[in-house]
Ligand binder design. Structure first.
Ligand code: FNR
Length: 380
């Protein structure tokens, strides 16, 4: 497929859908129950209006920003998403190559289909990565992975995902459970050394499962504020980013753990965990209303449903410092490997620039609430 003929992220998804296996498509596309949160994630941006100003010099436009103090060229980044090689052999390494080209940040999933070492192997100087952790029942496995991160200086933070202590019910994925079994290995965790070989959690599932369910095997469901952050502090000195915050209460609690916690990601896991959980926009609005000091204490990133530059800009206006894309990067791989991912970054960068210039804004840190009318989505 000629990538230049694909003009937006929906075109990319459509092209990928024709090329990738039914199993890969179902795993990527799927979301919890009735896919309501997945749908809200995107439609909520469509209800927010922009307020363009005139007589502003918009000959130049700078999309660069910083994440946790690290310079990046784009205010959006690639979210951690498992199993990129289901879409294309370039896998997560291919995503890294495209990110290098555009100066974008990438968060590597613990359930990546390549090892973190392989993914960052050809990184450019200054390229920024995070590594995402699902704490394992066998804590030694997670500790071994955290140790490996110490040898990868390109990995600047640990992203701890908290919105899916158990997998959501994803029926598209489940319907494919008996189709094939040629999954790329879950490289990272399987290679991690384990001290407790006799643990019952180490056994593999007996009956066929969807890809999502099988990846959750061994993930801990017993994490708490009181126990998990102190445990992490013992095993990593990297800053922590908490992913999957869905209420202003938890955003506020997270901010009390600064400076160990340096950012939170408002996310409902792309609608893949609890269906009818709120889109990030609602949580952003709650934080603005009930505990705006959170924005001063830690960085607030969001993800879910981003398809257009206008979506990115609206999230930034609401106070997000970073905006993640999950499925678009996976479908981009399916459409054209690493060049497909580069095409997605190119499209979203151009759309973001166009939106900013038409709004009359030349730098991302000048975007604010005065550039939008969010009345239609303000709830209380
Ligand atoms: C994910 N996501 C995810 N999150 C995470 O913390 N660890 C993971 O391994 C995965 N795996 C994963 C696989 C697939 C196929 C998808 C679609 C998503 C969630 C991801 O980081 C992000 O929150 C959402 O994908 C954002 O929503 P969009 O951009 O897909 O709408």
């Amino acid at each position: 497929v000629d990538l230049d003929t694909l003009l937006n992220l929906d075109d990319i998804e459509e092209a990928a859908t024709k090329q990738i296996s039914g199993k890969a498509w179902a795993y990527y596309y799927s979301a919890g129950d009735d896919l309501l949160s997945k749908t809200f994630n995107n439609t909520v941006y469509k209800q927010i209006l922009l307020r363009p100003r005139i007589f502003v010099d918009c000959t130049s436009c700078d999309t660069s920003t910083t994440f946790l103090g690290h310079k990046v060229n784009l205010p959006f980044y690639v979210s951690p998403a498992a199993m990129a090689r289901l879409a294309h052999p370039d896998g997560e390494w291919g995503i890294a190559q495209a990110c290098a080209q555009y100066g974008a940040m990438q968060v590597i999933s613990q359930n990546a289909s390549m090892t973190p070492e392989q993914i960052v192997a050809d990184a450019k100087p200054g390229q920024v990565f995070g590594w995402q952790l699902y704490v394992q029942n066998e804590r030694a496995k997670s500790e071994a992975m955290l140790d490996r991160m110490k040898k990868l200086p390109a990995v600047k933070f640990i992203c701890l995902t908290l919105d899916a202590p158990v997998p959501g019910k994803r029926e598209h994925d489940e319907r494919q459970k008996n189709v094939g079994s040629n999954l790329p290995v879950r490289a990272a965790v399987q290679e991690a050394s384990s001290t407790s070989k006799t643990s019952t959690n180490a056994k593999t599932p007996e009956k066929a499962m969807g890809v999502g369910q099988s990846l959750f095997w061994g993930t801990a469901a017993d994490l708490t504020w009181r126990t998990t952050l102190p445990w992490l502090a013992k095993h990593t000195s990297l800053p922590i980013v908490l992913k999957g915050i869905q209420t202003h209460e938890d955003a506020y609690l997270a901010s009390l753990y600064a400076p160990q916690v340096k950012a939170i990601i408002l996310s409902n896991h792309g609608g893949r965990a609890l269906d009818t959980a709120p889109p990030a926009v609602h949580t952003l609005l709650e934080i603005r209303k009930y505990c705006p000091e959170v924005f001063d204490r830690i960085e607030v990133w969001v993800d879910g449903g981003i398809k257009r530059g206008t979506d990115v800009v609206k999230a930034l206006c609401l106070g997000a410092k970073g905006v993640g894309i999950g499925r678009p990067a996976l479908f981009a791989l399916g459409a054209g490997g690493k060049q497909g991912v580069a095409r997605v970054l190119e499209i979203l960068k151009a759309e973001t620039e166009t939106c900013m210039r038409l709004l009359g804004v030349d730098r991302v840190n000048r975007l604010g609430m005065h550039h939008i009318n969010a009345r239609a989505v303000e709830r209380d």
